[in-house]
Design a protein around this ligand. Structure first.
Ligand code: G3H
Ligand code: 13P
Ligand code: ZN
Length: 306
């Protein structure tokens, strides 16, 4: 069953939980999200970046998601993550995406409003909802203390939402993408989140929310991965974010690390194995398990009505 992000997040807000947005790239990751949702009786947002679309092919990826989601009784959304290219956004709307993100946060405030507004007009005509971004969620190379990270200003957020008509908003409260988020302890600006929540009514989104669990990092390293000092968002910070009004939580790096650790384990422990199904199958199972863990953490387990 496919809903919009606006709908799935509004339901989550009322129920005081958050829906996980999990990035997919192939059949295995799509099936992992859908299976986890079914085992947990949970809603989920199935997200594709422009990079994933380029890798798998847009029609191919969209059809996989649509088929899996429509066959299932669980509530899903088909979402474009970090959309920047207008042609890709248009194609998403043609292919039946129920939600698109326009990430124009790299532009100045005025241009971000202008570009976002344009996407809102386009998407609403097709019944899709729009996530916009205000502030900077750092990239892999950034750290929270980086000068490049601009946390979202609550007053700007209010004006931005009024002027763009976006349905949901990704805010910057100290997270960044990738495996190297913090030099030390996980730290989110929960006070700022509360201030933003006080002035805007639409559902809020937390990007860069992977936990980078020690056990998975250690396993990947044990089987040969070269990883630096990897640190993610702690489970207690995630709980605080949900308690203070976040209703969508984006997870990509934890899935990648889980996949990586599993494939490395098989290749190292079963060097005679060369059947792709025996190499990718366990990775799909492990991804299903980490997604289930996130669903429990976000409070979305048991929340799908069917
Ligand atoms: O923000 C989303 C991702 O973690 C980056 O994904 O490498 O598919 O662009 P990408
Ligand atoms: P992570 O890198 O923390 O998994 O963040 C993913 C994300 O925000 C996708 O949009
Ligand atoms: Zn993101």
């Amino acid at each position: 069953m496919l809903l919009t992000n606006k709908k799935i997040q509004s339901i989550a807000e009322k129920g005081h939980y958050a829906v996980g947005a999990f990035n997919v790239y192939d059949m295995e990751s799509v099936q992992a999200v859908v299976k986890a949702a079914e085992l947990e009786n949970s809603p989920a947002i199935i997200a594709t970046t422009e990079g994933a679309i380029e890798y798998a092919g847009h029609e191919f990826l969209a059809m996989l998601i649509k088929l899996a989601a429509e066959r299932s009784k669980m509530p899903f959304t088909m979402h474009l993550d970090h959309g920047k290219d207008m042609e890709i956004i248009k194609n998403c709307l043609k292919l039946g995406y129920t939600s698109v993100m326009i990430d124009a946060s790299h532009f100045d405030f005025k241009k971000n409003i202008e570009v976002t507004r344009k996407v809102v007009t386009m998407a609403h005509k097709k019944g899709a909802s729009v996530e916009a971004e205000l502030g900077t969620i750092g990239g892999v190379e950034d750290s929270v203390s980086s000068k490049n990270i601009l946390l979202t200003d609550p007053r700007d957020a209010k004006e931005f939402v009024e002027k763009t008509g976006c349905d949901t908003l990704a805010i910057a409260i100290g997270t960044s993408h990738g495996a190297y988020k913090f030099a030390g302890e996980s730290k989110l600006d929960i006070k700022r989140l509360g201030e933003i929540k006080n002035v805007i009514k639409i559902p809020l989104v937390l990007h860069g929310a992977s936990g980078i669990p020690d056990a998975i990092v250690k396993k990947a390293r044990f089987f040969g991965a070269l990883l630096g000092p990897a640190h993610g968002v702690s489970d207690s910070d995630i709980k605080a974010a949900v308690a203070n009004g976040i209703s969508k939580i984006n997870i990509d790096s934890d899935l990648r690390l889980t996949f990586d650790a599993s494939v490395r384990e098989v290749l190292k422990t079963k060097p005679e194995e060369f059947d792709p199904r025996k190499i990718l199958g366990p990775a799909r199972d492990q991804m299903t398990e980490i997604i289930r863990y996130k669903m429990k953490l976000f409070g979305s387990s048991g929340k799908a009505k069917s």
